[in-house]
Write a protein that binds this ligand. Structure first.
Ligand SMILES: NC(=O)c1ccc[n+]([C@@H]2O[C@H](COP(=O)([O-])OP(=O)(O)OC[C@H]3O[C@@H](n4cnc5c(N)ncnc54)[C@H](O)[C@@H]3O)[C@@H](O)[C@H]2O)c1
Ligand SMILES: [Zn+2]
Length: 361
């Protein structure tokens, strides 16, 4: 049993990774509350693939679902989407007794969770993550929010769900690109805390056996994510280690207007940058840094840039909310399985590392 459990706090919820659980969503929900009205938020792709069976299961258990399917993709992660959800809920006369069910990837859970946090000052919510990235990472931990043009996740809140229910079977329909994107977050957890995950990924990839449903990998990654969240539910300390690769990753996403890279792809390049910087600043063994890069390449993730990022990248980097007051703070790894936050007194080493990532023609 995996759970987020904050000692002496009020936060406690289960994370279940169980094949077929999406078709039993109604029974799962009955374990959380009595039947009644529920609000389902999904995206159009997931609605087409899994909406009918999800809603049918809820209805069988006596729930009355009201569903909204948002357009698919990162560019939907805006305040306009949150407003659209909340206005619709207001029209439906939703009060605080009605829970929100997020059915989808990280984009859906970030938006739905934020709307749930804000509407009527907080509705309960439950996550049914449907991408590898969301099952291993994004669906867990209550960080919710949307992007602003100037920066990724700049508008957000902490709003922990009542439960996270992952069905690895649904990953079979994920595009290879979205699947690889999720692998990037698992690599991250391997680098900062659990090297055995890196070994598993390498072994599976070499055997050509890295394909959905990868249930045990999801469980292993979710357990580590829950470990961080349980110790630091509001991201004030050790949970920030999960930002490894994200300072550069988020700036890449934002500077390309959320069009060019998926989140996991941007994080992959961000992790190569962070590893190289770790060698220079944190004493990481250069061979270990190369090992991270080789694994990402083996997984089919990008590890290079086509050209030097422009001013938009540097300004997004400075605006990243993880920046300290005057200096850039970055999570680096002094050794595989460990991480720490470092203050960079100058941007020069980072500039040099970014330059080193530009592919030679
Ligand atoms: N809140 C957090 O702690 C946290 C952590 C990591 C990432 N994130 C956020 O998560 C987002 C990325 O999440 P994502 O990669 O899941 O993106 P996503 O939600 O956009 O999903 C990727 C694509 O897969 C499709 N899809 C979803 N489930 C499917 C299925 N079972 N079969 C077929 N297609 C399916 C979606 O429609 C979409 O096109 C980013 O916005 C990132 O910032 C949040
Ligand atoms: Zn991430």
């Amino acid at each position: 049993m995996i759970s987020v459990s904050v000692p002496r706090g009020r936060i406690r919820y289960p994370i279940r990774v169980a094949p077929g659980i999406l078709s039993r969503a109604g029974d799962v929900m009955l374990g959380i509350r009595a039947s009644g009205k529920v609000l389902v938020v999904t995206d159009r792709t997931v609605a087409r693939l899994y909406g009918a069976r999800f809603l049918a299961s809820l209805r069988r258990a006596g729930f009355t679902p009201h569903a909204i399917a948002l357009p698919t993709g990162e560019r939907t992660k805006t305040l306009a989407s949150v407003r659209r959800l909340c206005e619709r809920w207001a029209r439906w006369r939703v009060d605080r007794s009605v829970p929100v069910l997020a059915l989808g990837g990280g984009v859906v859970s970030d938006i739905a969770g934020f709307a749930a946090a804000a509407y009527a000052r907080g509705l309960d919510w439950v996550v049914f993550p449907t991408t590898l990235l969301a099952q291993a990472d994004a669906g867990i931990g209550g960080k919710v929010g949307v992007n602003l043009p100037l920066g990724k996740n700049l508008l957000g809140a902490f709003h922990h769900p009542r439960g996270v229910f992952c069905d690895p079977e649904v990953l079979r329909t994920l595009s290879p690109r979205a699947f690889r994107s999720g692998l990037a977050e698992i690599v991250k957890i391997g680098v900062i805390r659990r090297p055995a995950l890196l070994a598993s990924l390498r072994r599976l990839a070499r055997r050509g056996a890295l394909a959905a449903p990868v249930t045990s990998l999801i469980r292993a990654a979710a357990r580590e994510k829950a470990w961080y969240v349980s110790r630091d539910p509001e991201d004030r300390g050790i949970r920030q280690h999960l930002n490894f690769g994200h300072t550069v990753g988020h700036a890449l996403e934002a500077s390309y207007d959320y069009k060019r890279f998926t989140h996991g792809e941007a994080v992959s390049i961000g992790m190569v940058a962070a590893s190289r910087l770790s060698v220079r600043v944190a004493g990481l063994d250069p061979t270990a840094a190369l090992g991270i890069e080789d694994l990402l390449r083996l997984l089919g993730l990008p590890v290079r840039l086509n050209r030097l990022p422009g001013a938009a990248f540097w300004s997004a980097l400075q605006k990243d909310k993880k920046r300290g007051r005057t200096r850039l703070r970055m999570v680096l790894s002094p050794a595989i399985g460990a991480a720490n936050t470092y203050e960079l007194h100058s941007l020069t080493p980072l500039r040099e590392v970014i330059t080193s990532l530009v592919q030679r023609p």
